[in-house]
Design a protein around this ligand. Structure first.
Ligand SMILES: [Zn+2]
Length: 82
């Protein structure tokens, strides 16, 4: 069994952990630390919310509703013609 990681180690891996880019072993160590360490747990939650916000914003920007509307309009026009 590996030594439990400390706060610095957990913090260093946090971003990769939240993006699920760690190996299962490394992720398990971080998760293990988070359930035992209140400070890091709070920090992880904050970072996770931030990550979700940024992902949501990125999705909006790559597919703005105006563009979606235009595509829908084109499809409708196409359907009317046939
Ligand atoms: Zn900690």
């Amino acid at each position: 069994m590996a030594e439990p990681i400390d706060c610095a180690e957990a913090g260093a891996r946090l971003q990769d952990y939240l993006k699920r880019e760690l190996t299962p072993e490394l992720a398990a160590e971080v998760r293990d630390h988070l359930v035992r360490c209140r400070g890091c747990f709070g920090h992880a939650q904050f970072e996770e919310n931030l990550l979700h916000l940024m992902e949501a914003r990125a999705r909006r920007e790559t597919c703005p509703s105006a563009l979606r509307e235009r595509i829908r309009g084109l499809l409708r026009a196409e359907a009317d013609r046939t």
